[in-house]
Design a protein around this ligand. Structure first.
Ligand SMILES: NC(=[NH2+])NCCC[C@H](N)C(=O)O
Length: 295
């Protein structure tokens, strides 16, 4: 059974719009609950801030939030849709998915940013810009996954604001980066998904992958993004060939219902992908090799 968890964390983002993330998270989670017919499980998060330690702002608060997330995920029976909050909420669910599905697990990361910094390369000390890198087991030892994601299984889609340290890792082949092509069609992302040879995927949608002309209400908007219809088409196309076993939607910085309404097609597409998985597979964990690859 698909489960919806909200993680209203803002301390992984340190920009003027960060204070909007908690209410944006709750509003988006409630909308997702209505659209998908699910109850929202509100994962507790700490409210305040804490010092910059070891190159990470609010490190102590983020550690506490990670423990709350781990506790909530331990009880989940099937796929989980995590609604953030900042992108920092993704490392823990990625770890659960990686443990359950094994080293072949793929990750499809839709984001204007790479989230590939370590505390040493981050220009800001904001953990949301480090969330994916820590899933590779690199960075702060209290945040890294002990069972890391395998690098050639990761597709980064739509990134267009990369820091020098992130670009260096992409150039070294840490992830398969597919930039946005203007004469868009879904083969854009499908080719990379197929090339990764991953039998199933965790799907990450940072809403800043969208063009600000369609959805500007994110903490770090970047021009030149995807149209909502393009993102929806890409999600559907991937879900048609590979099971989506878990997902996260992050960085929503508005609780205005009129502005959130445009995201309904994305919620439907992500929900449909996860529902298809939760009904196609048994509830109990099974070894990754036993999962069918839908071609
Ligand atoms: N998921 C995000 N919004 N990431 C923003 C990261 C911005 C910048 N690359 C940093 O590390 O500070």
């Amino acid at each position: 059974m698909l489960e919806l968890q909200s993680v209203a964390q803002r301390q992984g983002a340190v920009v003027p719009k960060s204070p909007w993330l908690p209410t944006g998270c709750q509003a988006l989670a409630e909308l997702a609950g209505r659209v998908l017919g699910l109850d929202v499980r509100r994962v507790p998060v700490r409210a305040g801030t804490s010092k910059l330690v070891g190159g990470i702002h609010n490190r102590e608060v983020l550690m506490a939030n990670r423990a709350f997330q781990a506790q909530a995920l331990r009880h989940a029976q099937g796929p989980v849709l995590t609604i953030g909050g900042d992108c920092g909420v993704e490392t823990v669910p990625l770890g659960f998915a990686r443990k359950r599905f094994g080293p072949a697990l793929g990750v499809l990361w839709f984001d204007a940013h790479g989230d590939l910094n370590t505390p040493a390369t981050s220009p800001s000390g904001a953990y949301h810009g480090m969330a994916l890198r820590h899933a590779f087991g690199e960075g702060d030892r209290d945040f890294v996954l002990d069972t890391p994601i395998v690098s050639r299984r990761v597709v980064l889609a739509g990134a267009r604001a990369l820091d020098p340290g992130e670009q260096a890792m992409i150039d070294r082949g840490l992830v398969h980066h597919v930039p946005i092509e203007r004469d868009y069609d879904t083969s854009w992302v499908l080719d990379a998904v197929i090339a990764s040879r991953a039998p199933q995927f965790y799907l990450h949608v940072d809403l800043d992958v969208l063009d600000p002309s369609e959805f500007p209400d994110v903490t770090c908007p970047v021009p030149g993004g995807l149209l909502i219809s393009e993102l929806v088409d890409a999600i559907r196309a991937v879900a048609a060939i590979r099971p989506i076993i878990g997902a996260g939607i992050t960085e929503c910085a508005t609780d205005n219902p009129e502005r959130l309404k445009v995201l309904v097609p994305i919620l439907r597409a992500v929900g449909a992908a996860l529902h298809a998985h939760s009904t196609a597979l048994p509830v109990q964990p099974v070894p990754s090799r036993a999962h069918p690859v839908r071609q």
